[in-house]
Design a protein around this ligand. Structure first.
Ligand code: MG
Length: 166
């Protein structure tokens, strides 16, 4: 198997940075939600942050397997506070859509380079993004339906508190 092209290596390195930023963003959201006494939302967000770190590690391992070199850059600082759980999930959904477009761009690059190994690796992320967007949208829609009603937000909080680390 040919070595990873310089262009693909740089693009995947950039994606490692974006996945780590995602982890950082979700951890900041977890911390914010915890401070608002929404520990179920915070639990969901902590697990989400951990998953993003795992995404970064998948790309990390892949670069190494292909004889490339991982170069880590600064991770941007995320925001620290949000107006409401609704605003949090609006941003989660927008963020995941952006990540999907980044993954799609990587897939385009892999196809253009006839890099079948990268295509195969990226296929997992394409599928994963369908799930990530669906999860975020489901919670966002529930929060929209709750219209800020505290009892309904607590119900959602209780449900999200049941998410298990897998
Ligand atoms: Mg991710």
């Amino acid at each position: 198997m040919a070595l990873l092209s310089k262009k693909m290596q740089d693009a995947i390195n950039q994606q490692i940075n974006r996945e780590l930023y995602s982890a950082y963003l979700y951890l900041a959201m977890a911390s914010h939600l915890e401070s608002e006494n929404l520990s179920g939302f915070a639990n969901w967000m902590e697990i989400q942050a951990k998953e993003e770190t795992e995404h970064a590690m998948k790309f990390y391992k892949y670069i190494n397997e292909r004889g490339g070199r991982v170069i880590l850059k600064d991770v941007e600082a995320p925001p620290a506070a949000w107006k409401s759980p609704l605003e949090v999930f609006e941003q989660v959904y927008e963020h995941e859509k952006k990540v999907t477009s980044l993954i799609n761009n990587l897939m385009k690059m892999a196809k253009a380079e006839n890099d079948y190994a990268s295509e195969s690796m990226l296929k997992w992320f394409i599928d994963e993004q369908v799930e990530e967007e669906d999860n975020a949208l489901t919670i966002l829609e529930q929060l929209k339906m709750a219209r800020g009603a505290v009892n309904l937000i607590f119900q959602i909080d209780r449900a999200l508190g049941k998410r298990k680390d897998d």
